[in-house]
Design a protein around this ligand. Structure first.
Ligand code: NAD
Ligand code: ZN
Length: 362
């Protein structure tokens, strides 16, 4: 199918970013340079992996909330977190997220809700956030989702089964601090799964029907950098973690101007119905992607082998028909990426039967 050139209108990017090692050891200097002056109150969201092993040197008034990553963000959890913060009397001038996609997305959602009021589920969709949230800074500690660069924060609504973010310019971070010292401790398999999110976003976008030269350029470069990292033989070296940082950023920019493809909708099905985390779910979906993305399929499994990564298997074995129904429903609702990948008749191509065959390969 011929690629359709899409218009790009008024794309917003993160306004400021810095690459700085040991950034937390003199955090006030960074806050000053971002105009978060003395007297301003800073709320930190920190991945609870760092509960006992992270020192932030700041004299600002601040509060810390540790983010439990056992479950990826869901709307009820965000609503409860916000109401607890408000009843604790916390009224931040700036919000800082230190962690992966789960922590960064939690901070984005809370930032928007502080000023827009209401519940997280009210803003799941496109351009529903009316006013800017609280000023927010991302400090990624694991790399690949690009959550630090995108205009969304992904959340599952457990009642409606909808996995969808607050897609809005207001969701974009005001600043990113890339600090290579923070990603050293990521477990190997997790590092691979999250890193592959950048690779997968990018090839889905490059293989789609809706294309534009900016999205393509970001995607191509992100894929190049992923190849460097995942074919090097030491994917977690200092140099490679730095490279993956940039691949993650560019992958995030790519999806801000284009769409993903088939992997993400099926992965959302696995997350919503079986509770499998996003990045490992993407890798599991790759088991059934040979017919759609043959070249990237081959390359992906080569990365897996080169780095000796464990990708879970048979996750859909022994599921009953009603669970397959749920998997189908939770995947097929992702019309934009599926249209991007398969065209407007995607439901005729990706029938329930066909989709179940794909799930059974996982
Ligand atoms: P995550 O934030 O869920 O973290 C994964 C695991 O890595 C956790 O156990 C965490 O504690 C651990 N971890 C993080 N940093 C660590 C470190 N330095 N050392 C040791 N352990 C560390 O994972 P993720 O893969 O970054 O994010 C997944 C989430 O991102 C999903 O909810 C997904 O939907 C979302 N996402 C968002 C966007 C977006 O544009 N907003 C894009 C893609 C994915
Ligand atoms: Zn993703």
């Amino acid at each position: 199918m011929k690629a359709l050139e899409t218009n790009i209108s008024l794309v917003k990017n993160v306004a400021q970013y810095t690459i700085q090692e040991n950034s937390l050891s003199d955090f006030d200097t960074i806050l000053n340079s971002l105009n978060i002056s003395k007297g301003k109150f800073v709320l930190f969201f920190i991945d609870d992996f760092f509960k006992n092993n992270l020192n932030i040197y700041t004299n600002r008034d601040h509060a810390i909330r540790y983010v439990d990553t056992t479950n990826e963000p869901y709307t009820d959890k965000i609503n409860i977190l916000l109401s607890d913060l408000i009843s604790d009397g916390i009224n931040p001038d700036a919000i800082v997220a230190i962690g992966g996609g789960t922590t960064m997305d939690t901070a984005k959602a809370i930032s928007n809700l502080y000023t827009n009021k209401g519940n997280a589920e009210d803003y799941q969709g496109w351009d529903l956030v009316k006013v800017p949230g609280i000023y927010k800074i991302a400090i990624p500690t694991i790399l690949g989702t690009g959550a630090e660069a995108t205009r969304t924060c992904v959340m599952t609504n457990k009642i409606s089964g909808l996995k969808l973010g607050m897609n809005s310019d207001h969701t974009i971070y005001d600043a990113i601090i890339y600090d290579n010292t923070l990603s050293k401790t990521v477990p190997k398999n997790q590092y691979f799964y999250t890193g592959m999110d950048a690779y997968i976003h990018s090839f889905e976008s490059l293989s789609g029907n809706y294309r534009n030269i900016i999205g393509d350029s970001f995607s191509e470069k992100s894929i190049d950098l992923c190849r460097k990292v995942f074919l090097s033989g030491d994917m977690m070296s200092d140099e490679n973690r730095k490279t993956l940082m940039i691949a993650s950023y560019l992958g995030g920019c790519a999806i801000a101007t284009s769409y993903v493809g088939i992997v993400h909708p099926l992965s959302a099905g696995l997350s919503v119905v079986l509770g499998i985390h996003h990045c490992v779910a993407n890798c599991i979906v790759m088991r059934s992607m040979e017919e759609y993305y043959p070249v990237y399929y081959k390359e992906f499994w080569n990365f897996v082998e080169t780095n000796q990564i464990l990708i879970p298997k048979n996750v859909c074995l022994n599921l009953d028909e009603s669970t397959f129904d749920k998997l189908y429903e939770a995947s097929i609702i992702h019309e934009k990426p599926l249209t991007n990948a398969l065209g407007i008749n995607f439901k005729e191509i990706l029938t329930r039967e066909k989709m179940i065959k794909l799930f059974k390969k996982m």
